[in-house]
Design a protein around this ligand. Structure first.
Ligand SMILES: Nc1ncnc2c1ncn2[C@@H]1O[C@H](COP(=O)(O)OP(=O)(O)O)[C@@H](O)[C@H]1O
Ligand SMILES: [Mg+2]
Length: 364
């Protein structure tokens, strides 16, 4: 379709939207006008066409100021996120996500945005967004406080416990040769190994911000992680399918941290498939600025209550684990200006990571 045709089509859809707002929408209008939640209607260019008074109060702007304003300008800190979710709404999906809004006085606050397409005669002509002020802010605050305290604690404990463990291991080796009950040693050694696993996870938590950003080839990074799981995949009867829609996807990232994210997520996927299955890792250009990597398993999945808890520090459903993998991964992705989302049902779990492409690959 030519550019003029597309813009003509857009303006036709715009008039359909206006007609709909004037006629049909009026019937449900008390729900819109008098709603305590901030609501707005957008056209296909993401421009504001109608707001309720709760929206004016929340944003600090009057309707006249807001009219034809691009929605993203109210979200300068989360512009890309809002845009990406909007693009998904265009495909007809309802989107619900957390982001940071900035009002006229330049105050910022966390909100939950629910955005849904408005269809007239099966064609999407605009969008309705509902903005909920996040009541969980207090909970988030607690989580981040818990996180910073736990990072410091983790570092302290890990360093303090590591040295004695190493010396206990050494002396055990020496004693093993002299004592008869060598079975006991196996048990003690097994327990020490478990402590070491926990310590190594705690140590990663200790330095999440010590990043060393460089331009890295995503394909080689993923292939590298795949090799790490090769033997385990064979012994657990898991097939690993990897695909890319590019050769040279370059991320500006800390290679070890992004590797750690993939390792954490793939480990979880493996642990969800005790009887084998398929792990699919797919990397694609998401738009001209971002790459999307999805990691899917055919494992046991998890109920929605658990999906909601993903990323809380020390949340685990597994015996002998510490529940830091997802939290750490989310933290790392956030530090890379990316986003991560989880979906799960009884057919398995799917994780979608969106990361910005380095300017280097944009030039190619
Ligand atoms: N791919 C997955 N399939 C099913 N459940 C998962 C998956 N990934 C994470 N989970 C759930 O989320 C919890 C937290 O994961 P994580 O933070 O990695 O901690 P841990 O693996 O130490 O339990 C897990 O205990 C599990 O219940
Ligand atoms: Mg884990």
């Amino acid at each position: 379709m030519s550019a003029t045709n597309t813009s003509r089509r857009k303006s036709e859809k715009n008039s359909i939207l206006m007609e709909y707002l004037e006629e049909d929408f009026v019937k449900g209008s008390p729900l819109f006008t008098h709603n305590h939640d901030a609501m707005c209607i957008l056209d296909l260019d993401m421009k504001v066409v109608k707001v309720n008074s709760a929206f004016e109060t929340l944003s600090g702007y009057s309707y006249l100021e807001l009219k034809y304003m691009e929605l993203q300008s109210l979200f300068p800190l989360d512009k890309d996120k809002v845009f990406q979710n909007f693009e998904r709404s265009i495909l007809g999906q309802v989107q619900s996500y957390d982001c940071t809004m900035t009002n006229k006085l330049n105050d910022t606050f966390e909100i939950k945005m629910i955005s849904m397409p408005i269809s007239v005669l099966d064609e999407i002509v605009g969008f309705q967004s509902i903005i909920l002020e996040r009541t969980q802010t207090h909970e988030d605050l607690l989580n981040s406080e818990k996180l910073s305290v736990s990072s410091q604690l983790a570092a302290g404990i890990a360093h303090e416990v590591r040295n004695p463990i190493t010396s206990i291991k050494g002396f055990l080796q020496l004693m093993k040769a002299e004592v008869q009950h060598s079975d006991y040693f196996k048990i003690v050694e097994g327990e020490i190994e478990k402590i070491e696993v926990v310590l190594s996870e705690l140590l990663v938590l200790a330095n999440p911000n010590d990043a060393n950003f460089k331009n890295e080839n995503l394909k080689s990074l993923i292939e590298n992680v795949k090799t790490l799981f090769h033997t385990q995949a064979i012994s657990n009867n898991i097939k690993i399918d990897v695909s890319y829609d590019f050769e040279n996807g370059i991320l500006l990232c800390d290679r070890n941290q992004i590797k750690q994210v993939f390792i954490n997520l793939i480990k979880n996927a493996f642990e969800s498939m005790p009887d084998g299955g398929t792990l699919t890792i797919e990397s694609k250009h998401y738009n001209d600025k971002n790459i999307k990597i999805s990691i899917k398993d055919t494992g046991i999945g998890m109920p929605q209550e658990i999906v909601k808890k993903m990323g809380q520090p020390f949340f685990t459903t597994k015996e002998g684990r510490i529940g830091l993998g997802v939290m750490l991964s989310k933290q790392i992705i956030k530090n890379h200006n990316g986003s991560v989302q989880f979906w799960s049902d009884t057919n398995g779990t799917s994780v979608e990571i969106i990361l910005p492409i380095s300017l280097l690959s944009l030039k190619k």
